[in-house]
Design a protein around this ligand. Structure first.
Ligand code: HEM
Length: 320
């Protein structure tokens, strides 16, 4: 069992169904997301604080997908404040306290809303938003509160890594190109190379199910075996020039080495393909309508739940 669901949904088939239902509803909303992210990028101030602005951008562009506009305005507003908290475990005490205080409030408000939606009858066949998809995929015996916990987990897992992946893409592309000039790479290459160079999920772990030997080391059942996408993406024997940010390497993906920004195997990210699209669309929207440059950018990550960029400023000069 993966640790992703944190015991909230103990049957593996139910976890898989939930992941697929959420992925499907996100995929259906891609055209609306494309329009929304273009609009959100266009109204970005000339100078904006990142990576927070990336989370806001992704949240604005997915707000109706996460919670249908008919839902309570107070709940939608609470979600905005929750996203402003940063979504990962902040390395700073104040940030951590703010996030920890908001989460129970959000879970309580979502629980109440779920009770209303369940009482009104499900929409499993035609989910309008991620919340409908989560409700529809959860067996009836799962309590409203647990469904709310799963929903918040999914919101964090969609907006957080997507936003931080957009922030890395923008930062790395700006740092490796002449300030203020158009990038010479397709958005898709930038997103792929950023996820290689600075994968947000830098480490994944699994408990070893039975005594086993890996790489000549004996492991007992229950030992956590960790694999680092970051280290694999920087393996000099499998990648050419891995320390360089080089989007053009994605012109020849077959020559690339092991690549697992979305993990791998049976517990791989169910939203991997749509996540790649969400990041690419955001990068394309940001770069198409303006010339970008960064101030205070630094390639060293802050590492907590994920590996995220340090604070920097993005300057955007609209080109039309
Ligand atoms: C750039 C954005 C994203 C990244 C980097 C990412 C990364 C990951 C990784 C590495 C895992 C596996 C964790 C592990 O092995 O322990 C995972 C799991 C998962 N992700 Fe994502 N993810 C992203 C976006 C999304 C999106 C947009 C969705 C939903 C549409 C999503 C849904 C899930 C689900 C449901 C799982 C659990 C899969 C399972 O165990 O069955 N993710 N994600």
């Amino acid at each position: 069992m993966p640790s992703f669901f944190g015991g909230l949904l103990p049957s593996r088939p139910a976890q898989v169904d939930l992941g697929r239902a959420v992925r499907d509803v996100v995929r259906t909303h891609i055209p609306a997301y494309r329009d929304a992210v273009t609009e959100a990028a266009a109204v970005l101030p000339d100078v904006s604080p990142w990576p927070q602005s990336a989370l806001t951008l992704v949240h604005r562009s997915t707000a109706d997908l996460l919670l249908h506009p008919d839902s309570s305005p107070a709940l939608r507003e609470l979600l905005v404040r929750f996203v402003q908290g940063g979504l990962i475990r902040s390395p700073h005490l104040r940030g951590r306290l703010r996030a920890e205080m908001l989460r129970p409030k959000l879970v309580a408000a979502v629980t109440e809303h779920i009770a209303e939606r369940r009482a009104a009858g499900g929409r499993a066949d035609a989910p309008r938003d991620v919340l409908d998809a989560v409700i529809g995929a959860c067996p009836e015996e799962v309590t409203d509160r647990t469904v709310a916990g799963l929903y918040v987990l999914l919101v964090v897992s969609i907006v957080g890594p997507t936003g931080y992946a957009v922030a890395w893409s923008v930062l790395l592309a700006c740092l490796h190109h002449r300030p203020g000039s158009s990038w010479p790479w397709p958005a898709d290459w930038i997103a792929r190379e950023a996820a290689r160079h600075r994968p947000v999920t830098w480490m994944v772990g699994r408990p070893v199910p039975h005594p086993a030997e890996y790489g000549g080391i004996s492991l007992q059942a229950g030992t956590t075996l960790s694999v680092s996408p970051y280290l694999l993406h920087h393996d000099k024997d499998r990648w050419s020039d891995p320390e360089r940010f080089r989007p053009e390497r994605w012109d020849e993906p077959k020559k690339c080495g092991p690549y697992l920004p979305f993990s791998a195997g049976p517990f791989t990210c169910s939203g991997a393909a749509v996540a790649q699209t969400l990041v690419t669309e955001a990068v394309a929207a940001l770069s198409s309508g303006g010339r970008l440059s960064v101030r205070g950018g630094d390639m060293r990550p802050v590492v907590t739940d994920g590996a995220v960029p340090r604070a920097f400023e993005l300057q955007r000069i609209p080109t039309r």
